[in-house]
Design a protein. Structure first.
Length: 324
């Protein structure tokens, strides 16, 4: 009998140890990050992953547009993704409970560039044609809201400001060559133009203009989302990712030179020289939990009041936010 009891105790211990090992088994995580500012914060994690120093294995995909991520989140081929905040809200509105925001990663990155010296304030945009990147995304909604709050029209037969939406690459090329005089671009695209054409200057920081409106919250353009099903099945993997991603953000801001090299290596920014100058203006962050919600909620409310379609027609509920 004693031998039987000892055998059962030993078997129980072995099974318990196996269970513990299973709980900590590395997970393959499929992640998509955008080129540009919302992808910059991930380069340290991408390097750590290549060096096999992460707790889990990350399969990274670098894409150039938000819509390239949408399908992957919907069909389950992506587990985590860096996206625009308004896209996250829109995806959630279309399929409540499908995704959760786990972190904010980018504050405001929009700038009005001018070839000349005539623009000192938003009021000075009156009578101008502004070439804009980011149609149907945060940049469009942010600029239109700021114009409206400053008493300027952008629609109708005789608008105060004419807005022309084109792809960032097209606007950058035209601005750098001197073909156009005023544009709105995010960094690092804006940074590239400033490097290429010394006659172009940064005239208006739209983050400062947003803050000046005093509407609460913060201009928050980028975030990290996770598929809810993945988060439910792999809570430890999500926890590990958030820890390692926060370290990646810190490394990008602490060692800009190395981060800039990684941005070029991983295709986040075409040239390290551009990334080096742009990173300080990318307003990188890693905000989670209650702080994430209190920061993003007011921003989404402003977008909703300005244009409900900007966040998918309705504001997300409490389940939109991942609280661990």
């Amino acid at each position: 009998m004693k031998k039987l009891i000892l055998l059962l105790l030993t078997l129980s211990l072995v099974l318990g140890l196996c269970s513990c090992v299973g709980d900590t088994k590395p997970v393959d995580v499929n992640i998509a990050v955008l080129t540009g500012p919302t992808g910059v914060g991930a380069v340290g994690l991408m390097e750590a992953n290549d060096n096999n120093t992460t707790e889990n294995h990350y399969n990274f995909t670098v894409v150039g547009a938000n819509d390239q991520i949408t399908a992957g989140l919907a069909n389950g081929t992506l587990d985590i993704a860096a996206v625009a905040t308004n896209l996250a809200a829109t995806l959630y509105a279309k399929n409540p409970g499908s995704i959760e925001v786990v972190a904010l990663n980018t504050y405001g990155v929009l700038y009005i560039l001018e070839r000349g010296e005539s623009i000192k304030s938003i009021a000075d945009l009156k009578g101008k044609t502004v070439y804009c990147a980011g149609q149907a995304a945060n940049p469009e909604y942010v600029l239109k809201h700021i114009l409206t709050k400053n008493g300027l029209t952008y629609e109708g037969d005789s608008p105060d400001v004419e807005l022309v939406f084109e792809a960032p690459d097209s606007i950058s090329a035209k601005m750098a060559s001197g073909e156009i005089d005023v544009c709105m671009l995010p960094v690092p695209a804006a940074t590239g133009v400033l490097i290429q054409n010394q006659d172009v200057r940064s005239a208006i920081d739209l983050t400062a203009e947003w803050d000046a409106l005093g509407e609460g919250g913060k201009l928050t353009m980028g975030c990290i989302v996770v598929r809810s099903e993945f988060a439910e099945e792999n809570p430890k993997a999500v926890e590990s990712f958030l820890k390692e991603y926060a370290e990646s953000i810190s490394s990008a801001t602490d060692d800009v030179d190395h981060a800039a090299e990684l941005c070029e290596k991983y295709g986040i920014v075409p040239k390290a020289a551009v990334a080096k100058r742009a990173i300080p203006d990318c307003n990188l962050c890693c905000v989670t939990g209650a702080d994430m919600k209190s920061t993003l909620d007011p921003y989404l409310n402003v977008l909703f009041e300005a244009n409900p379609d900007s966040v998918g027609g309705k504001l997300p509920d409490e389940n939109f936010y991942y609280m661990g």
